[in-house]
Design a protein around this ligand. Structure first.
Ligand SMILES: C[S@@+](CC[C@H](N)C(=O)[O-])C[C@H]1O[C@@H](n2cnc3c(N)ncnc32)[C@H](O)[C@@H]1O
Length: 218
C-alpha cells in the first residue's frame, strides 16, 4: 500500500462526514446538473451490467454515500457496498445496503463477484497500487465478470500528481492525494494483466475528456 494512499485513507477516516456534507452542498448548487450526471452514470452502469446474470454478486470499492451501490441493487443484483471510513459504512447501512469495511490495498476479497466497481476511486492510488488492484480484482471475479473503473485523465492536468483540498464546495479541510493517468499509461498497465478490454471512453469536464472510463472483462 502506498504511503500516499495510506495518508489519504487516514484523512477520509477522519473526515468522511465532512465529505458527505460537501457532496450534498455541491449537488445542491446545481441540482439539474447533478440529476443529469446521476442519470448518465445510471445508464452507463445498467448498460454495462446488462449481460451479468441478475441476482449475482456485485462489489463496489469506495462506495462513500452508497448511491451507485443502491442503484446497482435496484437492477436486481446482490450488492456489497464497501469503504474504509465508518461514516461511509453507516451512510450505506442507512440506505439498507449490505456493507463491508474494506481497504482494497490491505484486505482480501472473501467471495467471487460477477462485477466489481471502483468509481472515482483510482484518483487516490499510485501506479503500483493500481497494478496490485487489477491483479486482486481479477482474482476475485467470476469468469466473464467485469471490472469497471475510471481515472482522471493526465491530459487535462498540468501535473502527474498533487495533494489537494478543493477550495470550493468540495473542500474537506485536509489535502488528499490525487494521481492522474494518461490513457497510454493505463493501457500499458492493463496490457500486463489477463484482463480483456470490453469498452473504453472519455467523458466529463469541458471537453468530455476529464475521465478515462474502462470496462475490463475476465
Ligand atoms: C472521491 S471518493 C468517490 C466515492 C464514490 N465512489 C463516488 O463516486 O461518489 C473516493 C473514495 O475512495 C475511497 N478509498 C480511498 N482509498 C481507498 C482504499 N485503499 N480502499 C478502499 N476505498 C478507498 C474513499 O474512502 C472514498 O470513498
Amino acid at each position: 500500500m502506498s504511503k500516499e494512499n495510506e495518508k489519504t485513507v487516514k484523512i477520509y477516516k477522519e473526515k468522511a462526514s465532512k465529505y458527505l456534507e460537501t457532496t450534498i452542498e455541491h449537488d445542491n448548487l446545481n441540482p439539474e446538473k447533478a440529476k443529469h450526471k446521476r442519470e448518465k452514470l445510471n445508464k452507463f452502469l445498467s448498460d454495462n451490467l446488462k449481460y451479468i446474470p441478475k441476482g449475482s454478486k456485485v462489489f463496489e470499492i469506495g462506495s462513500a454515500d452508497g448511491k451507485n451501490a443502491k442503484y446497482i441493487e435496484s437492477l436486481g443484483f446482490e450488492v456489497t457496498a464497501s469503504d474504509i471510513a465508518e461514516a461511509f459504512i453507516s451512510e450505506c447501512k442507512d440506505k439498507k445496503l449490505k456493507t463491508s469495511n474494506f481497504n482494497i490495498l490491505k484486505d482480501d476479497f472473501k467471495e467471487k463477484y460477477s462485477a466489481i466497481l471502483a468509481w472515482r476511486v483510482f484518483v487516490h492510488f499510485t501506479k503500483d497500487d493500481i497494478v496490485s488492484i487489477l491483479q486482486k480484482t481479477y482474482n476475485a471475479l467470476e469468469d466473464g465478470g467485469v471490472f469497471i473503473f475510471n481515472a482522471i485523465n493526465r491530459e487535462i492536468k498540468n501535473t502527474d500528481q498533487e495533494w489537494v483540498d478543493f477550495p470550493n464546495e468540495y473542500h474537506m479541510g485536509a489535502e488528499r492525494f490525487y494521481k492522474y493517468f494518461s490513457k497510454e499509461e493505463l493501457d500499458e498497465i492493463i496490457k500486463n494483466t489477463d484482463y480483456k478490454l470490453q469498452s473504453f471512453h472519455k467523458e466529463g469536464g469541458e471537453n468530455q475528456n476529464k475521465w478515462l472510463v474502462y470496462v475490463l472483462k475476465k
